[in-house]
Design a protein around this ligand. Structure first.
Ligand code: ATP
Ligand code: MG
Length: 266
């Protein structure tokens, strides 16, 4: 029990954190118990869920480096059924401190194993790098969601990411699978966006989620209010997109729980 899914792409600003927050909130709204792990020193998932990072004294950093039990520092969010393991800027130092530790690639896996069975799904928000923290996240995960922004150069860097995933599958985590590529920030008015969708689908075929996340101002405003879009504007297109993504994910994994989980038509 407790499926662990990492959001990864070393490219910055593609929608990893937005997906961790809003997919998490949507899954919780569909009555699944969710943990979001903020594994990024930028701590955007932590602040985007309404927690003041200045007040966070104990974070995932202490779990990784000092052996703090994550259960002791989990935080509730405004969404019922969704908790957070917060990050802190200190996490920047963790990568260097972890370098000489035995099992340095498996430290997050150890942390996650202490709590994952308390949840249905654990979402790990990664930083925009392929450094040791991301390697740890991919080693701890059962699967990975790869957000791809519908922009110029969308496919750039994906080869390197897929290569890293392959190395991790060979050496550290043979069970890791790609949950799906997620097209984000789609603007139907732009020919380029449509070309990117076509190109990504041609390349990765049924590994691409059917659900596309559209560019939606509410998704970008919500974090500054410390809320997922679902609580900021329940009727927004962003909310609907992420609810549909949650339904698609649950169906793919045979995890649907409440009846009438048809996708919402947009
Ligand atoms: N679908 C969307 N519509 C509009 N704005 C979006 C959407 N998705 C994300 N954004 C905005 O784009 C910016 C980057 O998104 P986000 O922080 O989720 O990316 P990221 O991949 O986590 O970035 P980083 O690599 O820095 O961690 C943020 O300001 C976010 O609010
Ligand atoms: Mg982020």
């Amino acid at each position: 029990m407790g499926k662990v899914i990492a959001m990864a792409n070393q490219k910055g600003g593609v929608g990893k954190t937005t997906t961790a927050i809003n997919l998490g909130a949507s899954l919780a709204a569909l009555e699944h118990k969710i943990l979001v792990i903020d594994a990024d020193p930028q701590a955007n998932a932590t602040s985007g869920l309404g927690l003041d990072t200045k007040n966070i004294k104990t974070s995932i950093y202490e779990c990784l480096i000092e052996g703090t039990n994550p259960r002791d520092i989990l935080l509730d969010t405004e969404i019922e059924g969704m908790q957070l393991l917060p990050s802190h800027i200190d996490l920047v130092g963790a990568e260097i401190e972890m370098l000489n530790m035995p099992n340095r690639e498996k430290m997050l896996k150890q942390v996650v194993s202490k709590v994952k069975d308390d949840y249905d799904i654990v979402l790990i928000d990664c930083s925009p790098s392929l450094g040791l923290l991301t390697v740890n996240a991919l080693t701890a995960a059962d699967s990975v969601i790869i957000p791809v922004q519908c922009e110029y150069f969308a496919l750039e860097g994906l080869g390197k990411l897929l290569n890293t995933i392959k190395i991790i599958q060979n050496r550290l985590n043979p069970d890791l699978v790609i949950e799906g590529f997620l097209l984000t920030m789609y603007d139907a008015r732009l020919r380029l966006a449509n070309q990117v969708v076509e190109e990504v689908r041609k390349h990765f075929q049924d590994m691409v989620f059917e659900t596309i996340v559209q560019r939606n101002i509410k998704l970008s405003e919500a974090p500054s209010f410390g809320k997922p879009a679902l609580l900021y504007d329940a009727n927004s297109r962003g909310t609907v997109n992420y609810l549909n993504l949650a339904r698609e994910l649950l169906q793919k994994n045979n995890m649907t729980r409440i009846p009438n989980e048809e996708k919402i038509l947009e």
